[in-house]
Design a protein around this ligand. Structure first.
Ligand SMILES: [Zn+2]
Length: 486
């Protein structure tokens, strides 16, 4: 890597243990640390989409999240609640969208959120607004009238008025040391001496400067999912020391699943001789839990797994939020709290979500105005200072709904529909054709098959989520199936 940074690049000073070919630490300022923190805000579906692209390294698989994502790509939208649901799952909205837009290098290519009003009743106070285009309105019109969201609407929750500076997360002057496992430590003399302490004189630290561009940032996101030493792998081009999926997997603690006492029934078809789950026959309630994984920001998943997801570098990155001084390093204390308590974007939560991951509330007092300056209509909340609103008291409609309506809390999956879920969490509509092709694929004899009906609650959903991050067998590992049922 070259050492002179262009405006689209970030330079890092790196201290390397030459003999061991390891990064001891990198020194980084706001630009790089904001990017690392923005990784926590990415919904899992976005991560699966990004790492499936080429960068300097090959596309990679993100556990079962990649297969779940690919199955949604192939799913006929008629098996979902609306056409928009598929779009929402494939392009999940980042709850911190606004703070990531001005990152020095932003690898997230998700379409920015837009809003649409009804083309025939848009001028009326109390009319409906949706983030989805072309929905039928109560009045018979359609949501085709584009409104540009103003700054405050894209900011997180109730803090929208308090954090006006939306350029990233940490202060301009912040300065950090980053370990090879992505533990971020605010830099001071004591920390540096501590890191240098264990170095032998035979292996003096060597300093160099490296320059990172968008390709390297995408490489880093891939390393984050696969390696225990992401920064060494990225900067010294090492082979990944891989995260072990099955051996390191611990099922999650019982007490974390206590939010919901509801259970869902499913039928599981197994091959006895291969100790393998071929697929499960499930209903929309379970499918909604799985589909919503794609919408969860990585940091929210870390929170419900208490910083122990099994993805070593992600755990380190998330847990290093505790190392930060909330007022000295972050732009404000609220900023730290928002990152530590990430939610899904407004209307992305399913009604009966079993895991304690909430959604951001949409701002109230919506109105829209015409801006002569940019010659467009913009949507805003609260007081409008510069122009008289065209319409006030707008009502937001749930984009998951097939029509424009104020009622919210829909799911993604079509109700009263049967689905098949494979061990790698790929979802298909239930059909005899899919059963036959699944049996043919696994080459199992009829006498080797066994069907079981099991009940799954919040704890199992949490375990499946955890297993889906590190393995390609989330049902078997997450349900602890062959230990528990045999
Ligand atoms: Zn209308």
């Amino acid at each position: 890597m070259d050492s002179t940074a262009t405006p689209e690049q970030i330079s890092l000073r790196v201290v390397v243990k030459k003999r061991k070919n390891r990064v001891l630490y990198a020194e980084a300022g706001k630009d790089f640390v904001d990017i690392l923190l923005s990784f926590l805000t990415l919904p899992l579906g976005t991560i699966a989409r990004l790492v499936s692209k080429d960068s300097n390294t090959k596309p990679c698989q993100f556990g079962c999240i990649s297969s779940l994502y690919a199955s949604v790509c192939n799913l006929d939208p008629k098996y979902l609640n609306s056409e928009t649901c598929k779009q929402m799952l494939l392009q999940p909205r980042n709850p911190m969208e606004r703070y990531n837009q001005k990152l020095k290098l932003n690898i997230d290519d998700t379409d920015p959120t837009k809003y649409y009003a009804c083309d025939s009743c848009f001028y009326e106070d109390g009319s409906l607004v949706s983030s989805s285009e072309n929905l039928k309105c109560e009045c018979g019109g359609h949501s085709t009238f584009l409104l540009t969201p103003c700054k405050s609407l894209l900011c997180s929750g109730s803090d929208q008025n308090e954090i006006r500076d939306t350029r990233g997360y940490v202060k301009e002057t912040a300065f950090f040391l980053i370990a090879e496992d992505l533990n971020i430590i605010p830099a001071d003399l004591k920390t540096i001496l501590c890191l240098l302490k264990n170095l032998h004189s035979k292996d003096p630290p060597q300093e160099s400067t490296v320059v990172l561009g968008s390709n390297e940032i995408l490489d880093l996101l891939k390393c984050l999912l696969m390696s225990k030493t992401a920064l060494t792998d990225l900067l010294l081009g090492k082979e990944h020391s891989l995260v072990d999926s099955e051996t390191s997997f611990e099922t999650t603690d019982e007490r974390r699943g206590r939010e919901s006492t509801r259970t869902m029934k499913m039928k599981v078809l197994i091959s006895k001789s291969k100790s393998k789950i071929l697929f499960a026959q499930v209903e929309e309630d379970f499918v909604d839990q799985l589909l919503s994984f794609l919408t969860f920001p990585l940091g929210a998943v870390e929170r419900v797994l208490e910083g122990n997801s099994g993805l070593v570098c992600v755990d380190k990155l998330y847990n290093s939020l505790n190392n930060f001084d909330s007022t000295g390093d972050f732009k404000s204390e609220k900023m730290k709290n928002m990152l530590a308590d990430l939610k899904v974007a407004p209307y992305f939560k399913v009604n009966d979500q079993m895991l304690p991951i909430d959604e951001l509330k949409c701002p109230s007092e919506l109105s829209y105005c015409y801006s002569k300056l940019v010659r467009s209509y913009y949507l805003t909340s609260g007081k409008t200072l510069f122009s008289k609103p065209v319409a006030r008291g707008l009502r937001m409609s749930d984009p998951k709904s097939p029509i424009m309506e104020e009622k919210s809390g829909n799911g993604y999956a079509k109700s009263r529909t049967k689905y098949m879920v494979a061990d790698d969490l790929s979802v298909k509509p239930f059909s005899s054709h899919h059963v036959l092709s699944s049996l043919a694929k696994f080459k199992v004899h009829h006498h080797d098959l066994e069907e079981r009906t099991i009940c799954v609650g919040a704890q199992e959903v949490l375990s499946i989520l955890k297993a889906s991050l590190v393995s390609t067998s989330a049902l078997r590992i997450g349900l602890n199936f062959f230990d528990k049922y045999y």
